[in-house]
Design a protein around this ligand. Sequence first.
Ligand code: ASP
Length: 439
Amino acid sequence: MALHWKIVIGMVAGVIFGFVMTFFDWGSSFVSDWVLPIGTIFVRLLKLIAVPLILASLIKGISDLKDIAKFKDMGLRTFGLYMMTTVVAIFIGLGLVNTFNPGNGISEETISSLTDTYASDSGVTSKIATASAQKEAGPLQFVVDMVPDNLFAALSNNGLMLQVIFFAIFFAISMLLIGEKKAKPIKQLFDTLNDVILKMVDLIMLFAPYAVFALLSSVVVSSNNPELLVALMKYSFLLVFGLFVMILFYMVLVKFVVKKNPFWFIKQMSPAQLLAFSTSSSAATLPVTMERLEEHVGVDQEVSSFVLPVGATINMDGTSVYQAIAAVFISQALGFDLTLGNQLTIILTALLASIGAAAVPGAGMVMLVIVLESIGFPSEKLAIGLALIFAVDRPLDMCRTVVNVTGDATVASIVAKKLNKLHDPKPKNWDDHLDAIKK
Ligand code: ASP
């Protein structure tokens, strides 16, 4: 059976199991004590290999380049396309929210019951605190933050992926400059390291169907009061619809720019999308996104090793759709009038916010605070605003992460196509060499 079907079965079984568990008083603690750890171990394994994979594959990718000018070309195209897709995402979000006005129908009672339940929830207050810490940084701080001052510190923190990328590029270019002969031993080391880590991805993925079972059952048992969710139905549907439009947009790009069948593309990428949904983290999904794109879509590693990790950190189209819709929804519901100028500010800050958002669960909400503040939303009402959408944020986070990951994969395929780096895929299996080590 294909991997994506196994994962889908695991997900469905997890949702049913979680739902059954909600009928028992002990159900929720049973799931968090005995089931969730399986999912947590899986996510930890993926995060464990993310940094070594970026380092090895990026050094391998760049040191394979025969022509260094290609790298500049690839960099410019990547940034250009990332900006373009993000702007499209924000426009889709703003267009939908201004057409359907989901915030206007929210009653006073709903607002006050959501405020009572969530405004002082640590989930909400911690997001506001993180946002204010981020906002204090100067305008160029994010560029400064890309440059590591200690390689080992960068390697030991999954949040510092851009620093690892910076080091890998710098190192690989210097490797090219010392000449092929001299660089050979170290090149072989990274080439092999890269193969070994991709094999680890194959092995970890054997475990994926069980892990998604655990992750989804835990999401179901910890979900919130269904009555409150109904009040947020219009907002949630609109956002999911916006995300769906984004996926259609990628499919059009795949069809007309990459010149591949978009359904085939989605099928090849589906294990990564399903994991993005289950883990809500594009950073944790990155190793799988890379493996699928290289081995199952056929994007050359020279391209994917650069475009994907950069995208996981700076390109979040799903999060951008969300920021546009959520910012306007909250303003509408709380009677904060938005001018055209405010909407233009949303475009700009949502663009910057999606670059600055970390690729972890809930990061989009932190950035939403910054977007709201940029349009002059009263700071004493921020907690109420976030409380409005908090109840549905986890499932929506799962959906927007799928779009974030698909967007990165689409851009990587376009860049590969343009640079003539798209080949026939050659999938590898975890047990290709098993016989040789079995007596
Ligand atoms: N969870 C998202 C991601 O990792 C970010 C967000 O929108 O919260 O891509």
